[in-house]
Design a protein around this ligand. Structure first.
Ligand SMILES: NC(=O)c1ccc[n+]([C@@H]2O[C@H](COP(=O)([O-])OP(=O)(O)OC[C@H]3O[C@@H](n4cnc5c(N)ncnc54)[C@H](O)[C@@H]3O)[C@@H](O)[C@H]2O)c1
Ligand SMILES: Cc1c(CN(C)C(=O)CCc2cnc3c(c2)CCC(=O)N3)oc2ccccc12
Length: 263
């Protein structure tokens, strides 16, 4: 008896076993959902096919979210297997690496700004546009955001603006899709060591600072994000839409903590 029994979920954004989308897929499978996946490129295909098999799924589709044709094709192909889709998870974020290291005003460019917003924010409503005809009454969409949308974190730079746009997307999409019984929410996750986090300068220091200052005194895991995602996507959350839920050990409620050396 799982909270997602009978639900069909499309998960966009699995790239490795460290991915947040991996934690979400695992939790969804444990809760009884039937899964389908997209992968960004041919390089990721064998890996995602292997993961899908472990979760009793044979449904994997290529999709670069920069391409409207790719996104349309995903739902055309999915329609051959499923009449409707109950859940769509968007776990995708990208900005050119050079935008994420240094002074915001110095390193931000028009091209980098466009790419960050296209891939990290527009892609969520693009999935809704293409998926709308297949989304069931009682369906749910979910995306992953970060505290950088609300506060300034060093080096997060233009990704913070893209996440702010993504969080507004959650609210406007919730308002647009509510009449057809589809809920739209976001999870603002604490920092997790994933591919998207690798190569980020002083990421380890950031993880340590988060663990020190968070009320739970530790970093959160992709499994914990997965469980919260399963709840938000399930009928247990039938009254929740347009919401951003922080799954970050409480870090976002703090300012200075007693142990702060500067306190
Ligand atoms: N890791 C963290 O600390 C953290 C914290 C909060 C939010 N997030 C967000 O979680 C989401 C997942 O990131 P992650 O940390 O699991 O890292 P990840 O690298 O495992 O996942 C990022 C995914 O984005 C996909 N992607 C990038 N560009 C794409 C494109 N053009 N088309 C299709 N897919 C594309 C990648 O293939 C990958 O699957 C992102 O939105 C990220 O901003 C991450
Ligand atoms: C936390 C944190 C993250 C993790 N996180 C919340 C993210 O949203 C990941 C964002 C991200 C987007 N695009 C790229 C990369 C990371 C690195 C590789 C690349 O080429 N492009 O990224 C940061 C970047 C700077 C500062 C903090 C962070």
């Amino acid at each position: 008896m799982g909270i997602l029994d009978g639900k069909k979920a499309l998960i966009v954004g699995v790239a490795s076993k460290h991915s947040i989308a991996y934690g979400i897929a695992d939790a969804f499978h444990q809760q009884g959902a039937e899964l389908a996946f997209t992968y960004q490129n041919e390089k990721l295909r064998p890996r995602v096919e292997k993961f899908a098999e472990a979760w009793d799924s044979t449904l994997t589709f290529p999709c670069d979210v920069a391409s409207d044709e790719d996104i349309e094709q995903v739902f055309t192909d999915l329609k051959k297997h499923w009449d409707q889709v109950d859940i769509i998870v968007h776990s995708v974020g990208f900005a050119p690496a050079e935008e994420l290291d240094g002074d915001y005003v110095d390193v931000t460019t028009r091209g980098g700004f466009r790419t960050a917003h296209d891939i990290s924010a527009y892609s969520f409503v693009a999935l809704a546009k293409a998926g709308r005809p297949m989304l069931s009454d009682g369906g749910a969409m979910l995306t992953l955001t970060y505290l950088g949308a609300e506060r300034v974190l060093q080096n997060y730079n233009v990704m913070g603006l893209a996440k702010a746009s993504l969080e507004a997307n959650v609210r406007y999409m919730a308002a647009s899709l509510g009449k057809q019984g589809v809920r739209v929410n976001g999870i603002s996750a604490g920092p997790i060591k994933t591919l998207a986090a690798s190569g980020i300068k002083s990421f380890r220091k950031m993880l340590a600072e988060n663990a020190r200052r968070a009320p739970l005194g530790r970093n959160i895991t992709k499994e914990e994000v997965g469980n919260s995602a399963a709840f938000l996507s399930s009928d247990l959350a039938s009254g929740i839409t347009g919401e951003i839920m922080h799954v970050d050990g409480g870090f976002n409620i703090t300012a200075m903590s007693q142990e702060d050396p500067e306190a």
